[in-house]
Design a protein around this ligand. Structure first.
Ligand code: AKG
Length: 272
């Protein structure tokens, strides 16, 4: 494993309390292992409303990818794994969900007083999907500075070892962003290496909270009839910039799109 070329001076910042919602144990696990599970964060009615809002948008996008691109677009494969991004721009329910006090409190505890939504997407893994979704860090897809932002992987259905729950590799997040290689299934930062792994099965309504630097993958969905549904919401400190290359030249842009990268916390308070 080698570091990403832009990751030259990274130091993981351990967190200090007091915390609004998290326990010392949860934060200590986050600092040591790069993740923790927050059980039963959302009730069944909230999750049912979210599924009702997301299902038609997911189905519509999957159909579009079938018609326009023959079923495959980047890392999305119709009938296997779908990624439907920016739901907050299309669904009031999704937008209100991201503004829930649970996320505000977690953001305050792990990111600080000034935070924006960075990204949101549903990921549906369909029955009979034999492939894993490969080991990656979220900051390996699009490089963001500061590198250490936050991913909340919200289970909309029970996610177990038979239908595609996340698996985490603890500890590596402390090195910052690693170099990734493109594979048939997506970016990969681990390859054949033997690394420590922790499976993270979760019930619907629970959340796997991890860093943008935590290597993770998801298991195959070996069921014949269960769609494993998740909604991923990511938060970054205000001022975060996306860094990339266009035609060989570096560019950077502030992650503050008014439609979808809105304030979650301003000076620690709920934005007006
Ligand atoms: O939920 C999944 O199956 C994989 C999604 C994931 O790891 C990601 O979008 O970063």
């Amino acid at each position: 494993m080698v570091e990403h070329e832009l990751n030259v001076d990274f130091e993981w910042q351990d967190h200090t309390g007091p915390y609004r919602i998290l326990t010392d144990e949860q934060v200590s696990q986050y600092d040591r292992q790069g993740f923790f599970i927050y059980k039963d964060a959302f009730d069944a009615a909230t999750i049912a409303d979210l599924i009702a809002a997301i299902d038609p948008l997911e189905a519509q996008f999957e159909q579009e990818v079938r018609e326009k691109y023959g079923g495959t677009a980047f890392i999305m494969r119709a009938d296997e794994i779908t990624f439907t991004a920016h739901l907050v721009t299309k669904s009031k329910t999704a937008r209100e969900f991201t503004l829930n006090s649970f996320f505000r409190d977690i953001c305050s505890d792990l990111l600080g007083p000034n935070v924006r939504l960075y990204w949101d997407q549903s990921v549906y893994k369909k029955p009979g999907t034999k492939d894993i979704f490969p080991w990656h860090q979220d900051n390996g897809y699009t490089y963001v500075k500061p590198q250490q932002y936050l991913t909340c992987w919200v289970a909309l259905t029970d996610a177990g070892e038979n239908n595609g729950c996340p698996v985490i590799s603890p500890g590596i997040h402390r090195r910052g962003t690693l170099a990734h290689q493109m594979t048939r299934l997506g970016w990969d930062c681990i390859g054949d290496r033997d690394i420590p792994t922790i499976r993270a099965p979760v019930k619907a309504g629970s959340v796997v909270v991890f860093s943008s630097l935590t290597p993770h993958m998801t298991l195959p969905n070996t069921t014949t009839d269960e769609i494993r549904k998740s909604y991923i919401v990511q938060f970054a400190p205000d001022g975060a910039v996306v860094i990339g290359k266009k035609n060989g030249d570096n560019f950077s842009s502030l992650a503050n799109d008014a439609d979808r990268q809105y304030w979650i916390l301003q000076d620690g308070a709920t934005p007006l």
